[in-house]
Design a binder for this molecule. Sequence first.
Ligand code: G3P
Length: 219
Amino acid sequence: MKIFLDTANIQEIRDGARLGVISGVTTNPSLASAEGIGNPESYKAAVREIADIVDGPISVEVISLDAKGMIDEGREISSWIDNPWVKIPSTKDGFEAISVLSSEGIQINQTLCFSVNQAILGSQAGSTAVSPFIGRLDDIGLEGIDLIKDIVAVYKEHNIETKVLAASIRHTLHCTLAAHAGAHISTIPYKVLTQMIEHPLTATGVERFKADWEKMAGK
Ligand code: G3P
């Protein structure tokens, strides 16, 4: 399972990329706005900067809600960088936009997916990846990870090549469970990446090795 960073924060992306574990980045209007990005020009500049840091797909979301607007935005976004995945929501207009853009060779990250049926429709419309939002399903009292399991099983059953990109990941267990469920990619906040690294036994272990070595060396 590949790991993408789910952020528009340039410093977090630089810090994550240095670890050599990040294969892509996902952004959305909320993440962009949290970084003070509020218009297409600054979004474009930030996306270009991200693409210079990470060698992998960078997901950029359309703002329009109608098919024509999404198609126009998708074409524009796809000209910004070498490896864009245009994020299109799982709506009626979204499927129309996915179908048109994918037929032009534009890579699509189908976002805001909350059901197997939406994932089936996206795969037929030409989505490169589908993003089920685990955390937001948990928020309404459902088991978000079950959706990952179900989509992975259905795609496998029908040899569907659309990738399953686990999104709305809130904590490290989500990431572990998404990997177990067969997600191809998990997109995670920087905070979750740092939490995935940490283990108290690793921390005490390195301290003890260092202390023993220094004792031996007479320090
Ligand atoms: O990848 C989608 C993600 O940004 C949404 O996360 O925590 O707002 O549900 P969240």
